[in-house]
Ligand binder design. Structure first.
Ligand SMILES: Cc1cc2nc3c(=O)[nH]c(=O)nc-3n(C[C@H](O)[C@H](O)[C@H](O)COP(=O)(O)OP(=O)(O)OC[C@H]3O[C@@H](n4cnc5c(N)ncnc54)[C@H](O)[C@@H]3O)c2cc1C
Length: 502
């Protein structure tokens, strides 16, 4: 590993090989830039190496290994939240649901940022969908539960394309709809960002990868950046002209804060010496809050699921609906409803049939804060779900739950599920049971004003010109989408911007 005393600075160090980081690293190397990629978790090499664990490749359900084990800590009146984040090359794209979505044009136009309008991003979305091998399930691939969900949606009056049964989740101009999901699943394998962006350049002498390398903090100097890491239990330092901070919505933030970049008072309060006052670092944390309605499986459905799984690939998630709650503005959908069903215990279900409801235009905001110096100190992650003063997020979830119960009550589904009383829709119950859609964003948001944002529209941290953020933390407001494809688009856009300045 290159150390401060050894030789000249490397061109670019990318910290974190996740969705955004892999995209930046791959694109920079393809353009002739020397990149050193640092990842805290393992790198299993090229997809063809045979070393990737089956659990990570298997796209039929969420993978649960290789996690950072973040949680909320004790919460009064309910179980703590787990905040799953992958610690592996490919980041969360290596263990996620592989559902591909882009959100709505109003999401990106709503950011109001030069270079990030929907029309400017459209070609990048097209490239990313292609790289990630996104395709939509065919009706013949629908498992026994999801085939019935399609029937139930048609019968309940959802807008459904009854020729293809395909969802239009990857259309930036589309509205309400129910259909089969687009997925980045290739030959049954979860096609992660490392396969898409790093494999094509793995043989290049311009790419150096250090895995099992935990970044503690960075020092920003006039002509270079020093990156302090822990590797094999030893502390080392590397130097680069530019550092791309792609640690994800919690990781990027924690590196910034451990480096002394953040709110001066808050950093001092946890024993970190401030070096650059940026009050918004770690604020604006938000995700899609989520809750579900559920039923037990009837014996016939249980048998069909077992038979279908024995024959081949049947994912627990295959269909999704976009809908407007009574709070939706301008007729743009603000809910995702997605049925989930597995005959076994998985991260999402305990062997029941669920319809998950997510509020995809949330108003509540929380924060992430390092609770002390050092990379092993567990941070404070306080999402403040359903905390918006107008009660918008809670009301949207309540509307969605009514729709979810109606879908489960449709005879196509009710006839193979065990009848159950509808869920209590009181505020208390929704607050007690609210979960999240695994889509945190926003903690290093872009904007023009250092008082209300962390990075400028080129992803550079305000006042720290050599530090660039290319991941989900850069999004000022969450798109109405599962966030993997948008995070990769952010990575691709930042790569373009870096290359345009060379
Ligand atoms: C369980 C789960 C299911 C999901 N399902 C879907 C889905 O179906 N569809 C979808 O679109 N989205 C889904 N998502 C969300 C999506 O995968 C993420 O939003 C997206 O991958 C985030 O990309 P990122 O680049 O911001 O961060 P990440 O992909 O998390 O990358 C961050 C990387 O940085 C590394 N890192 C962090 N800190 C350090 C450090 N100090 N030193 C070195 N390395 C570090 C991490 O190990 C990681 O590899 C899901 C997420 C989860 C957790």
């Amino acid at each position: 590993m290159m150390r401060t005393s050894d030789s000249t600075a490397q061109e670019v160090i990318v910290i974190g090989g996740g969705s955004g980081g892999a995209a930046v690293a791959g694109r920079l190397v393809e353009a002739g830039v020397a990149v050193t990629l640092l990842e805290a978790g393992p790198d299993y090499g090229h997809r063809a190496s045979g070393r990737w664990p089956n659990e990570i490749l298997d796209a039929t359900m969420l993978a649960t290994t290789h996690d950072w084990d973040y949680s909320s800590g004790p919460v009064s009146g309910r179980a703590p939240w787990r905040f799953e984040r992958a610690r592996i090359m490919g980041g969360c794209s290596s263990h996620n649901g592989a559902i591909a979505a882009v959100g709505h044009r109003s999401d990106y136009d709503g950011w109001g940022l030069s270079g990030w309008t929907t029309d400017e991003l459209r070609p990048i979305f097209a490239r990313v969908l292609d790289r990630m091998r996104v395709r939509t399930y065919a009706p013949s691939e629908a498992g026994p539960f999801h085939a019935r969900c399609l029937d139930a949606a048609v019968g309940s009056g959802w807008p459904v394309d009854t020729e293809t049964f395909a969802s239009d989740l990857c259309d930036l101009d589309a509205g309400e709809n129910f259909g089969l999901e687009p997925v980045n699943v290739f030959e049954g394998i979860r096609w992660n960002a490392a396969f898409a962006y790093l494999d094509p350049v793995r043989a290049s002498p311009l790419l150096t990868v250090f895995d099992h390398t935990l970044v503690d903090r960075v020092e920003h100097h006039a002509g270079h950046v020093v990156v302090h890491v822990v590797r094999d239990g030893r502390r080392e330092a590397l130097v680069a002209e530019t550092v791309v901070l792609a640690g994800g919505v919690y990781g990027t933030l924690l590196i910034l804060q451990r480096s002394g970049f953040g709110s001066t008072n808050q950093l001092r309060a946890v024993g970190i010496e401030p070096t650059h006052h940026l009050p918004q670092v770690g604020r604006n944390l938000h995700d899609h809050p989520m809750i579900n309605a559920s039923r037990a499986l009837g014996p016939e459905l249980r048998r069909w699921l077992a038979e279908a799984s024995a024959k081949g690939f049947v994912s627990e998630e295959q269909t999704l609906g976009k809908a407007c709650s009574s709070l939706a503005t301008d007729g743009v959908y603000d809910l995702h409803l997605f049925p989930v069903c597995a005959s076994t215990q998985t991260q999402l279900t305990d062997g029941r049939a669920l319809v998950e409801v997510a509020c995809v235009a949330p108003e509540s905001r929380g924060l992430v804060m390092a609770s002390g110096p050092g990379p092993d100190v567990h941070p404070v992650i306080d999402h403040r779900y359903l905390s918006d003063p107008e009660g918008h997020d809670l009301a949207a979830l309540r509307d969605g739950l009514v729709m979810a119960e109606a879908l489960l009550d449709h005879p196509s589904l009710a006839s193979v599920l065990v009848d159950a009383p509808h869920r209590d829709l009181s505020d208390e119950t929704i607050r007690r049971d609210v979960q999240h859609y695994y889509h945190p964003v926003g903690t290093a948001a872009m904007g023009s004003d250092p008082g209300s944002s962390v990075c400028d529209v080129t992803g550079r941290v305000h006042g720290l010109d050599r530090l660039v953020v290319p991941d989900a933390s850069l999004m000022p407001r969450i798109p109405r989408a599962n966030i993997n494809i948008p995070a990769i688009v952010v990575g691709e856009r930042i790569a373009e911007l870096l290359l345009s300045r060379r």
